[in-house]
Design a protein around this ligand. Structure first.
Ligand code: GLY
Ligand code: MN
Ligand code: MN
Length: 362
């Protein structure tokens, strides 16, 4: 935690700010250890303050020993009091993580409460902690790997039990139950089970449709462990795969393996995306792969780095992200295969290892 605080203080000083106000729950947790649902961090070069309400005061003291805990009552006095104490004149805030109405309330309070005769400026900033979070430290990698191992094991245990006549919702429940029994605190997002034509909707939610023989089923799920999320997709087929499935599956798997094998630090997210997109384009299915190749994953299910056609940011050693190409055909269904990788100096290491059906086969 102290390294994280030092890293964000470097950013505060680079940006020539006196203080940073952190409002994102994931960033609050990352920097302080506090897991409560409400509160702000106020960080300067000297001060680290966690402001939260009555419900969390004791918990905050236990979870965030490096922070001074102050209580938020019914007004924003806690904020102006901190400005008065620290003499901060320029305060950055996370513009990706603050509602317009919160910002309006803060701005109005600052207008009403000048510090030493001056109105304190609020500067909108993006990135900051979110960018630091792209590099996973050893403790994070341990927790992330546990989340990934749980979803791998649940997928391996449950996918062979999927039979005709079972509903998508039942499959989702079996997966979620298995993950909980294996130690997950919950699912990292609503489990997707897209059977037959539903698989053409990349984020179809598991519903009441009964699975039938002779159709593909896209299963996308993840476990949450100590706040860290896993994200895993497998496409299975009930019965003997037909020619269309073999062809489409083979293209998606080829695209995924190409990206996993060729992605290197120094590439942009766009370059990485292009590795898989080229394979799918050349097979004639470019129009059927309408989403990004992947995304960072950690405390949030979707976080930096971006790995898509419009992701100019550079991928670096220590980043963790998904590689999940797909082909979606309206009326038929879809195939997506998703794994999580850790980028090392020489390339990607697979962190997820759930069984895949054989290339082109069942
Ligand atoms: N299930 C969300 C994703 O794979 O990104
Ligand atoms: Mn997924
Ligand atoms: Mn994903």
């Amino acid at each position: 935690m102290s390294n994280r605080l030092a890293a964000i203080r470097d950013v505060i000083s680079e940006k020539k700010l006196d203080a940073l106000l952190v409002s994102s729950a994931d960033n609050r947790r990352y920097l302080s250890g506090f897991t409560g649902s409400a509160g702000y961090l106020f960080i300067t070069s000297q001060e680290a303050v966690l402001a939260t309400d009555f419900r969390y005061i004791e918990q905050a003291g236990q979870q965030a020993p490096a922070f001074r805990v102050v209580r938020i009552a019914s007004s924003l006095d806690w904020f102006t009091q901190l400005l008065g104490e620290t003499k901060a004149k320029s305060v950055g805030f996370e513009s990706d993580h603050m509602t317009v109405s919160s910002h309006q309330r803060l701005s109005q309070k600052l207008q009403e409460t000048p510090v030493d005769g001056n109105t304190v400026a609020l500067s909108p900033l993006t990135g900051l902690t979110d960018e630091i979070r792209t590099f996973k430290d050893a403790e994070e990698l341990k927790l992330l790997q546990r989340a990934i191992d749980i979803s791998d094991a649940a997928m391996n245990a449950v996918s062979p039990t999927v039979q005709p006549g079972v509903s998508e919702a039942e499959v989702a429940w079996r997966l979620e139950k298995a993950m909980r029994e294996m130690g997950a605190e919950g699912s990292s997002f609503d489990t997707i089970v897209g059977s037959g034509p539903n698989g053409a909707l990349p984020h179809h939610r598991a519903g009441e449709r009964l699975i039938q023989a002779g159709e593909p089923i896209v299963i996308d799920m993840g476990a949450k462990y100590e706040g860290y999320c896993s994200d895993l997709t497998r496409t299975i087929f009930i019965g003997e795969p037909d020619e269309t499935f073999r062809k489409v599956y083979d293209i998606v798997l080829g695209a995924q393996l190409t990206a996993i094998h060729l992605v290197k630090p120094g590439m942009s997210g766009t370059d990485a995306d292009a590795l898989a997109r080229k394979v799918i384009d050349e097979a004639g299915y470019g129009e059927s792969f309408g989403h990004s190749l992947g995304h960072g994953v950690g405390l949030a299910i979707h976080e930096y780095p971006g790995v898509g056609p419009n992701s100019p940011g550079i991928l670096k050693e220590g980043m963790v992200f998904t590689i999940e190409p797909g082909i979606y055909i309206s009326g038929w269904g879809g195939v997506r295969i998703e794994d999580v990788v850790l980028l090392g100096a020489k390339g990607a290491t697979l962190l997820s290892k759930a069984n895949k059906i054989g290339r082109g086969g069942a």
